[in-house]
Design a protein around this ligand. Structure first.
Ligand code: RP5
Length: 160
């Protein structure tokens, strides 16, 4: 699978949550790469990673971070690729992830970040959303996304 989505997170502690984004993409047949980089702790390395993405075939970025979650916004300032932000509820979060949600979602006009829900569900949705974005220019992927949606509906209906 060609790598088409870059998944980045602010800490190795975020890996189990962000793995849900990678899993959703794998399920839809979309290749991704994962990296730990921080807007605050490794700003130069982050910029270097972002500048290499397009050349490697990446077209959408998913960024997960907790606390003062500036990772997605910092990346969005360095690229015109769509950036999806996943707010995370870190162990020292003061508000169960609400802090990260506000940090991620409140972008200044002109530099958008598509922000999903806090935590695992948000990470999975980020993967699905990235696939949907790529599917606008990929008919086969579009069919896989539709099949995934149908399978989910069938599962819900079968559960009652
Ligand atoms: C953020 O701060 C990371 O994304 C992580 O969610 C949070 C805490 O980082 P650690 O102290 O666990 O490395 O930058």
């Amino acid at each position: 699978m060609n790598v088409r989505v870059g998944i980045v997170m602010g800490s190795a502690n975020d890996k189990p949550t962000m793995q849900h984004a990678a899993d959703a993409l794998t399920e839809l047949g979309v290749g991704s790469e994962m990296k730990v980089l921080s807007a605050h702790r490794t700003p130069d390395a982050l910029r270097g990673w972002v500048s290499g993405l397009e050349g490697r075939g990446v077209r959408v970025v998913i960024a997960g971070a907790g606390l003062a979650a500036h990772l997605a916004g910092a990346i969005a300032g360095h690229t015109t690729m769509p950036v999806i932000g996943v707010p995370l509820a870190g162990s020292s979060s003061i508000a169960g992830g609400l802090d990260a949600l506000l940090s991620t979602v409140q972008m200044p006009r002109g530099i958008p970040v598509a922000t999903v829900a806090v935590g695992e569900g948000g990470a999975a949705n980020a993967g699905i959303l990235a696939a949907q974005i790529l599917a606008t220019g990929d008919e086969e992927l579009r069919e896989r996304v539709k099949a995934h949606r149908k399978a989910m509906a069938a599962k819900v209906l079968a559960s009652s």
